[in-house]
Write a protein that binds this ligand. Structure first.
Ligand code: XMP
Length: 327
């Protein structure tokens, strides 16, 4: 008889058996899978677990706080935050090509995670000579099937799809979600007492807002996009439609300007694109038929509240031919 509670009990017992009294490290991305995996391992082995959150400065409004404050409050987890926003933005300066953005972000992510992981390992050694032997990964059953089901060496597959850790940082993997589908992971997350905002979070790409700013990524542009995105998400939530939509990218066409009239005069501002989609697995997708009233309130609020945006457009392309993200 499988209930979220019984799945959780079994998974906790398995983690305890695997880990024993060794130390464990886990990277948090802000996403559901790593959050549930970390909360589960925390429930199993308590403060033998240290989580690392690389804040790359490319998350949406409130998301870093969701990890640093809400996740910690809900789980009591020991969290190390690597605040790397400046480093990522410096590395992204002048870059407009989407794949180059991804490569740079992947590279900086690994660097930063590695340095933080080394810090955790050293700290554990100084404290009591305890070894950090395990790395938690939020691998789900569909990921296992997709990758051929092999055990593989520890690598940060995470959301950046980039390579492994260096040889002197070898961890065995703890993958407590390996037999679960997404809906089961969410049920287990709720069972663990995680906030609904984390459990029901839409998928979000590892490179974050960097691939939703068409053009160079700058602090100012991030601020504009964050503000517009926050409005779109708030209105979707207020309409009770979060779970009818798979993802809702908001895209800033940072190098495009058009003429508008806002307030007292003419403006020459940027458009944002709303890209709400429905999907089963992100391989194919359809554009969401959001109610006109919801689109209207998003458009009105964004153009009122985000000075730099004077036009809101809706992407009505299915996938294929359009991808979900614009980059
Ligand atoms: P596309 O845009 O190809 O996206 O239709 C399919 C799904 O993948 C996500 N996505 C990414 N996720 N790193 C990620 O971790 C990436 O570089 C990346 N690019 C796209 C996208 O949000 C959607 O869920």
């Amino acid at each position: 008889d499988w209930t979220p509670a019984s799945i959780l009990d079994d998974a906790i017992a398995a983690v305890r058996a695997q880990v024993g009294d060794k130390r464990v490290i886990c990277g948090l991305s802000g996403g559901v899978d790593s959050a549930v995996a970390a909360a589960l391992v925390q429930r199993a082995v308590g403060d033998q677990l240290t989580c690392v959150f690389v804040d790359h400065g490319l998350l949406r409004a409130g998301e870093a706080e969701q990890v640093e404050r809400d996740f910690v409050a809900a789980t009591g987890v020991d969290l190390v935050v690597a605040d790397a926003a400046d480093q990522f933005l410096d590395a992204l300066a002048g870059v407009t090509d989407p794949e180059t953005k991804r490569k740079i972000i992947g590279r900086e992510f690994i660097r930063t995670f590695e340095a933080a992981a080394r810090g955790v390992v050293e700290r554990a050694g100084e404290a009591d000579g305890g070894d950090v032997e395990f790395l938690v990964q939020g691998t789900l059953y569909p990921d296992v099937v997709e990758s051929g089901g092999g055990e593989g060496a520890a690598n940060i597959k995470s959301h950046h799809n980039v390579g492994g850790l260096p040889d002197d940082l070898q961890f065995a993997l703890v993958e407590p979600l390996r037999t679960l589908f997404k809906d089961e992971v969410r049920a287990v997350g709720l069972e663990l007492g995680l906030p609904p905002a984390i459990v029901w979070r839409h998928p979000f790409p590892g490179p974050g807002l960097a691939i939703r700013i068409i053009g160079e990524v700058t602090r100012d542009r991030l601020e504009i996009l964050r503000a517009a995105d926050a409005v779109a998400r708030a209105e979707l939530t207020a309409a009770g439609l979060d779970r009818d939509v798979w993802q809702f990218p908001v895209v800033l066409l940072a190098d495009v300007r058009s003429v508008g009239v806002q307030g007292d005069g003419r403006t020459y501002g940027h458009p944002v694109v709303l890209r709400p989609v429905t999907s089963e697995d992100a391989m194919t997708a359809d554009w969401s038929r959001l109610p006109y009233e919801v689109l209207e309130s998003i458009s009105t609020r964004i153009t009122n509240e985000v000075r730099e945006v004077n036009r809101v457009v809706v992407d009505i392309t299915s996938k294929p031919p359009g991808t979900i993200e614009w980059e």
